[in-house]
Design a protein around this ligand. Structure first.
Ligand SMILES: Cc1cc2nc3c(=O)[nH]c(=O)nc-3n(C[C@H](O)[C@H](O)[C@H](O)COP(=O)(O)OP(=O)(O)OC[C@H]3O[C@@H](n4cnc5c(N)ncnc54)[C@H](O)[C@@H]3O)c2cc1C
Length: 443
């Protein structure tokens, strides 16, 4: 048995979990995947669906879902990086639209997988509200909706104040971005259900098997404390931990986002809020707040202050300042929840590239594939990335492998201590912009 109950609501309420046996001895594989999160498990799934005879081995350092995949806010949505506006500014209109289309397909992919495989993961597709909480955020959201429409994106509309509050009741809301194409899941159940399916398809999953060395005497040789895998091809699905592997050292850095969940709320506490549709909600900040009503009627809220790491350190899962900020924000939005007890507090690392945009591709040559940089928006994306990585591994030239997000050059992060300086500067800038958007109007 393994106890990760301190890693958040999803872990604490999962029940007993018996991880698969660690790797022992020397084994061979056609494809070895490092990392048992959504990316690694989805890749195994799509590879085995395409070529059932492949020998696929997944090596997970802790337990499937230990990383961001088992701790996240649970929104499967179309957002890429920090959103459409920034993407257009950085990459241009054509690429921003192509990325949005990729994400639309990604959201649909999650629903299709759940239906096709009968995954028991509390999947619902209630849609998404980006609430405007100040006049400046209202202008930002309206501009972004116009931008989306000018790109030809459909299915996103402005809800006025009354319509927004009729869905979720808070005096802070001035209107909202409404987008039906968003699903919510129990992410830990989702990834472990997917593990069940890939094992059924023939994959071998080893947990408690951190990869400590990657050598390449001929085929790749992945070493763990108890064994080794010789593999023709490898996939590094290590996301925010990727800088710990020498070949990926400067492709991404980890940052931490923090989450709280209340006790199950009473009918009296929920009555002023409504929220019968159980929509996923965010606001329009850079350092967003994201929140949902769980199946057992807790309020789960994440976001606000982001934590940064230094060097190889990954010990940032505790965020007392961020948790206090989130508790204050719950009270500010929903006075009826002032007395609600917070029962779970946690944090987890997400992966950031220098241009705040995901990157998937070959690492030197087609026998090694990596995926990093989904930032806080990988729940949907990783599931389509599993198909993209399948095509890369099988060296297929497809619409997915030709996408601009694939095999693109990303400026590497500088070494420490400059790296920390750069990430702190980005965080400070994002926070400053938020404060400007939250200033009271003059007069
Ligand atoms: C708190 C939080 C909230 C978030 N909320 C949302 C949200 O609401 N919506 C959304 O779209 N996205 C959200 N995200 C981001 C999303 O969860 C991630 O983008 C996604 O889960 C990434 O999946 P992954 O499989 O690539 O990485 P991970 O799930 O992090 O998996 C990587 C795995 O690799 C393993 N590993 C690392 N190194 C090694 C090694 N050397 N050997 C073996 N195994 C190794 C780790 O143990 C880990 O299990 C959030 C992230 C966090 C942290």
């Amino acid at each position: 048995m393994i106890d990760h109950s301190g890693k958040g609501l999803w872990h604490a309420t999962y029940g007993d979990y018996e991880p698969s046996a660690p790797l022992r001895g020397a084994v061979e594989a056609d494809v070895a995947i490092v990392g048992g999160g959504f990316t690694g498990i989805a890749t195994a799934y799509h590879l085995l669906k395409a070529e059932p005879s492949l020998r696929v081995v997944v090596l997970e350092g802790e337990a499937v879902g230990f990383g961001a995949s088992g701790r996240n806010g649970s929104f499967a949505m179309t957002v890429v990086g920090l959103g459409l506006d920034l993407l257009v500014k950085m990459k241009g209109r054509e690429r921003a639209l192509a990325a949005h289309r990729y994400m639309e397909r990604a959201v649909d992919t999650v629903g299709e997988l759940v239906a096709a495989e009968g995954l028991d993961c509390d999947y619902i597709r209630p849609g998404f509200l980006r609430m405007a909480t100040t006049p400046a955020y209202e202008r930002r959201i309206r501009r972004e909706i116009e931008l989306a429409h000018s790109l030809g994106i459909e299915g996103i509309e402005w809800l006025d104040r009354d319509a927004a509050r009729a869905r979720v009741g808070s005096d802070r809301y001035r209107g909202a971005w409404w987008e039906p194409r968003t699903a919510l899941v129990n992410p830990l159940k989702l990834v472990r259900e997917m593990k069940r399916v890939v094992v059924g398809l023939g994959a071998t999953v080893h947990e408690r098997s951190p990869v400590r060395s990657i050598a390449r005497p001929g085929p790749f040789l992945l070493g763990t404390a108890g064994g080794s895998v010789a593999a023709e091809r490898i996939v590094l699905a290590t996301n925010a931990y990727s800088h710990l592997l020498p070949p990926l050292r400067r492709k991404q850095v980890p940052a931490w986002t923090y989450v709280i969940a209340t006790e199950p709320l009473s009918g009296e506490q929920l009555a002023p809020i409504g929220w019968e549709g159980r929509e996923g909600v965010e606001d329009a900040r850079n350092l967003i707040h994201y929140y949902r009503r769980t199946p057992d009627d807790r309020l789960l809220m994440g976001g606000g202050p982001v934590g940064l790491g230094f060097g190889r350190g990954m010990d940032r899962d505790s965020g007392p300042a961020a948790w206090a900020h989130l508790e204050a924000h719950v009270r500010d939005l929903f006075p009826s929840l002032a007395g609600a007890r917070v029962t779970h507090r946690w944090g987890g690392p997400f992966s950031v590239t220098t241009d705040l945009t995901p990157a998937i591709g070959y690492l030197g040559d087609p026998r090694a594939v990596y995926s990093v940089g989904c930032i806080g928006h990988g729940v949907s994306m990783t599931h389509l990335n599993g198909q993209t990585i399948r095509d890369l591994v099988l060296e297929r030239d497809t619409e997915l492998t030709r996408h601009w997000l694939v095999n693109r050059r990303v400026v590497p992060w500088p070494p420490e201590p400059v790296r920390l300086g750069v990430s702190a500067a980005i965080r400070a800038y994002l926070g400053l912009e938020d404060r400007i958007h939250e200033r009271p109007a003059p007069g």
